[in-house]
Each structure stands twice: as C-alpha cells, then as structure tokens.
Design a protein. Structure first.
Length: 100
C-alpha cells in the first residue's frame, strides 16, 4: 500500500454535508474525491476549472450611455410588442410563489 498524507481543512458544515451526500450517492468516499481533485490539479497544472469573478447583472451605474440606450430600446420594443405583464399580476404571482 502506498504511503498517505493527511490533509486538514476547515469548511462550512453545510457545504461539507451537501458535498458528502452527493459523493455518497455516487459511491465515492470523500478521500477519493479529494485525491481525484488533486490529480486533476496536476494534470491541468492548475485548477481544473475556470476561476473568475461572476458577471454582474446589468447595473445602470456600470453601463455606458450606449449600453443604457440599447437596454431602454429593448424594453420599449417589448412594451410595444405587448410583451408585458401587468404589475398587479406580477405581485400576485410573487405572493403566491412565496406564500405571502
């Protein structure tokens, strides 16, 4: 049997529980999943997935004048095409969905 080394890491309990539930359903012990992750790091010479900040949803403070114009035109076109929902219906749907 090959020598092994221990890894000690702090992780939020709910994240650990959710991940281990999935691994258990797959029949993969957590130690094997960690070994697979480390092997993928070696194969990729880095993390085996892209790490970047998420794209922010449209935020008027981050938009150029041209971007704002495009978004306003989209909204106007939807309104003209009667692709809208009355506000009272939207709020009724929200109340129904969230049991308010």
């Amino acid at each position: 049997m090959a020598k092994t080394a221990n890894i000690y890491a702090r992780i939020e309990p709910e994240i650990k529980e959710q991940a281990e539930a999935i691994l258990n359903a797959l029949g993969i012990p957590a130690s094997n999943a960690i070994t697979m992750f480390y092997k993928q790091i070696i194969l990729h010479n880095g993390l085996p997935f892209e790490v970047k900040l998420p794209e922010h949803p449209l935020d008027i403070s981050r938009m150029t004048t041209e971007q704002l114009d495009v978004e306003l035109e989209k909204g106007y076109a939807q309104m003209q095409g009667e692709n809208t929902i009355p506000a009272d219906q939207v709020f009724a749907d929200i109340r129904k969905e969230y049991g308010v």
